[in-house]
Write a protein that binds this ligand. Structure first.
Ligand code: HPA
Ligand code: ZN
Length: 325
């Protein structure tokens, strides 16, 4: 019953790395299509390798998996597969992140990546009536200078990019490292998001707010360690894009029963539910709703609140948000 309610609930997905939606079956198909060797003998062997004890464990495998993505058609097929799967979960709007530096560092032209994603977005609209937006994420383990070069490279497509983001290895790469490039992105009319408080301390969430002036916080879990920060996030109506199965797989929580999603809502935080890297973490967005609904006993009112937050926290224009909530 709750299962049907969850799939039928119209929702937006706000935290999804398109490279993290690469299912092992597609990884093998693209490896064959592009003549790329992969260090696994079977789909089962790939899945067995997805046992992580922290963020970096995952990132090493995630960046290696992305090596099969070579052409515009690959990025198109990757994103179409995600949009089809998300539509089945009741997603009507998706704001997808992509990591251009993961690809340009391998010699894949920026144009191949973004044109493949843009054609898939048009297809999602035609097939499912799904709207979508692109978030260009900078890899925080690289320098701010490299992020600036990526922003420069994106110039011809800036009208098609809604926001910039910040992902990859968090600890040791605080938001303030990217203060200037985020200010430049804001100056070019882009919205701003950043991963903060996934493994990093509450101070990184404060920096994302104060130094970067982000419009949303990706994850934000560790904000809960700082009562004044929680109070501020609630007062400012800051959206948190929370990813329960990711939190479980990356050991941000020990057990799904320990997930703080209901504590976040109870403290007035504008939390949303998202899948992050569904091919690696064992579930798409409805699976994430189901996991916390079962583990934390969320009722329909709480589930509807989470879905409503996904629209109010989106970068859709106000009239489109009003039509969804
Ligand atoms: N955190 C940081 N970087 C990432 C993630 C994440 O959860 N997923 C993909 N890149
Ligand atoms: Zn993420």
């Amino acid at each position: 019953m709750t299962q049907d309610f969850i799939a039928a609930l119209p929702k937006a997905e706000l935290h999804l790395h398109i490279e993290g939606s690469l299912e092992p079956e597609l990884m093998f198909a693209l490896a064959a299509r592009n003549g790329v060797a992969i260090p696994y003998a079977s789909v089962e062997e790939v899945r067995a390798a997805y046992a992580f004890s922290n963020l970096q464990d995952f990132l090493d495998i995630y960046y290696a998996g992305a090596d099969v993505l070579r052409t515009r058609a690959d990025f198109h097929d990757l994103a179409v597969a995600y949009f089809d799967r998300a539509a089945a979960d009741g997603v009507v709007h998706a704001e997808i992140m992509f990591d251009p530096q993961t690809h340009t560092a391998r010699g894949i032209p920026f144009a191949e990546v973004i044109e493949g994603l843009l054609s898939a977005m048009a297809e999602a609209e035609a097939r499912h009536g799904m709207t979508s937006a692109l978030i260009m994420s900078f890899l925080r383990h690289l320098s701010e200078e490299e992020a600036f070069a990526t922003l420069e490279e994106a110039t011809p497509w800036l009208e098609r990019i809604t926001a910039v983001g910040l992902d990859s290895s968090e600890v040791g790469h605080p938001p303030e490292k990217f203060a200037r490039v985020f200010a430049a992105a804001r100056g070019r009319g882009l919205k701003l998001v950043a991963h903060a408080g996934e493994e990093g301390p509450p101070e990184y969430v404060r920096q994302a707010l104060d130094v970067l002036a982000v419009d949303r916080i990706d994850h934000g879990n560790r904000s809960l360690e700082d009562a004044a920060l929680v109070e501020r996030l609630a007062r400012e109506g800051m959206t948190l894009t929370v990813c329960p199965l990711s939190n479980l797989k990356l050991c941000v929580v020990d057990r799904i029963e320990d997930h703080p999603i209901d504590a976040m809502l109870a403290q007035g935080l504008r939390a949303t539910i998202n899948s992050d890297d569904p091919a690696y973490f064992g579930g798409y967005v409805a699976d994430n709703y189901r996991a916390v609904a079962a583990a934390r006993g969320l009722d329909r009112h709480a589930l509807a609140t989470l879905a409503r937050n996904s629209f109010t926290g989106s970068f859709l224009p106000p009239d489109a948000i009003a039509a969804h909530v």
